[in-house]
Design a protein around this ligand. Structure first.
Ligand SMILES: Cc1cc2nc3c(=O)[nH]c(=O)nc-3n(C[C@H](O)[C@H](O)[C@H](O)COP(=O)(O)OP(=O)(O)OC[C@H]3O[C@@H](n4cnc5c(N)ncnc54)[C@H](O)[C@@H]3O)c2cc1C
Length: 404
């Protein structure tokens, strides 16, 4: 028999953004529902050893994101798992001598962030949600449809149950159905690139550095991973490449791929000793024109998806979550309706400009480094050297990379 229920807040999507949103509501006097199409598990497999023991999806978590995860009670569990801090970021141009080297020391910090397997963050957040007495979790429960009239959203689950919300938070990812059902306009374009993701074991130390080499076909990142057998020699690879080249890389046999990867990285970390299975993700830039309508707010990739070249996607998503949580608390303190446009527009004002600036920067980098004309190459190499030598500018960029 299908049922109808009413909640103060319904969050659709139990990815990183949706789970963080829910976990931050655990101490509030609100009835909250979290609806996720797949399973939501607080269990994480034992770390194991070797390249196949890692989640292929990892994130560079900035200090700002770490603060949000600590605030919602999830960081403690993440910090004791297999994660890796990075103290340096090194970025260089394949077509010249331009190089930028950021160091935590330059801003008197211990590190610039951590590389964390997504499944660890998901499990730590899920644990908080499972333990919250005011959150009803609907997992393995795809939302099949939605009606939206007069600021009131009603969701229909595949099971036939329907859920009404005073505030509906759409955290259902880049292809958000909620965003489409509620008729939010977006601006989007394809980069005509795919991101190839794999885990590798190198013969030399990753030196606790996030490395990125800009090739004309797209950026190649080596992100340091923690390990028990060879603590500083595993890396997660994010190799963004024009679609045809990415397909070619995906089709190579293991030996040929390891060779191509080593060459593309100029052998900076020695030989590629082992590589796990390869996965790929199409890359698209998409930005909702508005993040809010009466009774609905978009967060995370549902509001914006960007090129992974600076590892900012979920870091921006966590900032959305932090801002919306603060506005919900403020609305409760002032006895304002949670779904009112005045409350939600405060959230949008805080986030849209920052997200837009990050997206414009990623797009600019992508175009700048895709350019092979000599004057542009000269200009960007000179620019990189200048940045590297200008201490105040560099400190400002480092703080930005840390999420502040
Ligand atoms: C290769 C690659 C590398 C990246 N590296 C980084 C990095 O280093 N740092 C960083 O900050 N970001 C990175 N990103 C971006 C980051 O992964 C995303 O920004 C982030 O995963 C988005 O999280 P989300 O919760 O908004 O959406 P998602 O992770 O897409 O979660 C959406 C959830 O909604 C659920 N859902 C969808 N539809 C429905 C429905 N109808 N009913 C119920 N549930 C539904 C889905 O099952 C899913 O669980 C990277 C991205 C790529 C592609």
């Amino acid at each position: 028999m299908s049922r109808s229920r009413h909640y103060d807040i319904v969050i659709v999507g139990g990815g990183l953004a949706g789970l963080a949103m829910a976990a931050g509501m655990a101490d509030l006097p609100l009835r909250v529902a979290l609806v996720e199409a797949g399973p939501v598990s607080a269990e994480c497999p034992e770390p194991g050893e070797g390249v196949d023991s890692y989640d292929p999806r990892v994130s560079a978590i900035t200090l700002a994101s770490q603060q949000l995860l600590a605030q919602v009670g999830a960081w403690e569990a993440i910090a004791t798992a297999r994660i890796c801090h990075y103290t340096d970021m090194q970025v260089w141009d394949a077509e010249g001598t331009g190089e930028v080297h950021f160091q935590a020391d330059e801003v008197n910090a211990d590190n610039l962030g951590h590389i964390v397997e997504n499944r660890l963050v998901l499990a730590a957040l899920a644990d908080q949600v499972h333990n919250a007495t005011n959150i009803r979790l609907y997992d393995n429960a795809p939302v099949a449809g939605m009606s939206y009239a007069g600021a009131q959203a009603t969701l229909t689950l595949e099971s036939g149950d329907s859920l009404e919300a005073d505030l509906l938070v759409a955290a259902d990812g880049a292809n958000s159905r909620v965003r489409q059902w509620a008729d939010f306009a977006t601006r989007e374009w394809s980069y005509k690139q795919k991101a190839l993701v794999t885990t590798v074991k190198m013969s030399a130390s990753h030196a606790y550095t996030a490395w990125q080499r800009f090739l004309p076909t797209g950026p190649l990142a080596f992100l340091p991973l923690g390990a028990t057998d060879a603590p500083d020699r595993y890396c997660s690879i994010v190799w963004s490449a024009d679609t045809a080249y990415a397909e070619q890389l995906l089709s190579l046999d293991d030996e040929a791929f390891k060779k191509a990867l080593g060459q593309a990285f100029e052998g900076r970390l020695g030989e590629v000793e082992a590589a796990s299975r390869r996965f790929s993700f199409p890359l698209q830039q998409r930005h909702a024109v508005d993040y809010v309508k009466p009774g609905i707010a978009l967060v995370g990739d549902a509001a914006h998806s960007i090129h992974p070249l600076a590892g900012q996607g979920i870091n921006l998503g966590f900032k959305d979550v932090a801002a919306l949580q603060e506005e919900i608390r403020r609305a409760l303190a002032r006895d304002e309706a949670l779904g009112s446009l005045a409350v939600l527009q405060r959230y949008q004002r805080r986030r849209k400009g920052d997200n837009l600036a990050a997206m414009a920067a990623m797009d600019g980098f992508k175009r700048l480094f895709g350019e092979t004309a000599l004057p542009v190459r000269w200009l960007r190499n000179t620019g990189m050297k200048l940045v590297n030598q200008t201490a105040p500018l560099k400190r400002q960029l480092i703080r930005k990379a840390m999420g502040f």
